[in-house]
Design a protein around this ligand. Sequence first.
Ligand code: NAP
Length: 312
Amino acid sequence: MTARTLDGQALAKAMQEEIRPEVAAFTAQHGRPPGLGIVLVGDNPASEVYVRNKLKAGAEIGFRADLERLPASATVSDTIALVERLNRSDLHDGILVQSPLPKAMGAGAEQRVFDVIAAEKDVDGLTPVNVGRLVQKRAILVACTPSGIIELLDREKIPIAGRHAVVIGRSDIVGKPMALLLLHRDATVTVCHSRTPDLADICRQADILVAAVGKPGLVTNDFIKPGAAVVDVGMNTVTDAAVATSLFGEGHPRLALFRLKGSVLVGDVHPEVADVAGALTPVPGGVGPLTITMLMRNTLRAAKARAGQPVG
Ligand code: NAP
């Protein structure tokens, strides 16, 4: 079997075209575009790339997207002061604090900063209020990656209700909200993590398997029920030639690319899984582009809600 590709890139483009006229209508009605403020602290190279992609996508669809930078030496108080300024801003409907914050800020810094974001501007769905609303199935702003995955499953007509969904990973940003969204859609949900014994056996029961771990190629053929839908959230930059070779094998074009560039972006799902799964998201081009598009949709939803309009 060769798995059907679940093309997140194509869906992201289609959704951007759906959002674009709504952004234009909001702008015409309110005399300003929906606005997103992105807080970037320090100079983490991966964060620089993510933020650049978010700013570019926002500008292309017609949003106001502002980058608010702080140096790596900034304190938690500096960052909170910046978030509070964005909370007060009439021009910004959404606030995103790019994770990770510099390690020097200390343990718990992210939670302290996220907690300050006004719930109605929390486009990453990370504040206690929005997480609580998600648990109660009445959230307006839900974490972008899991809500993008639900959108992808729906539009690809992959049934969720009554199916067994297994989520590997229990982070606040992906695993936990993913599990809740699947539960709200009437899946039977199992959440696995680093202390789960017999991981492959549990995953092999899944009709829908979501891998959000951060370990290149962890999910191999023996994790997969034949025909299952597999969603690969992992984004891992591999720089080790032995790992790249074990993932792709000699003669694979992506191994040739690795040898050219010295690195390759891979997911948590081993490429061999395409032989067993029924459907699979590629990396790159699967979940990543959807996450950015959902950020834009959340910003539009936040703008409409703040303006007293129905969010749809
Ligand atoms: P995270 O906070 O590091 O969480 C990783 C989770 O995986 C944890 O729950 C951890 O368990 C679990 N885990 C680690 N090793 C495991 C193992 N050997 N077996 C089973 N579970 C294991 O990561 P995250 O923020 O959720 O991100 C996960 C991956 O998705 C990363 O590669 C990240 O870059 C990627 N990501 C992609 C997007 C996108 O747009 N495509 C968005 C967000 C994240 P414990 O809880 O027990 O430690």
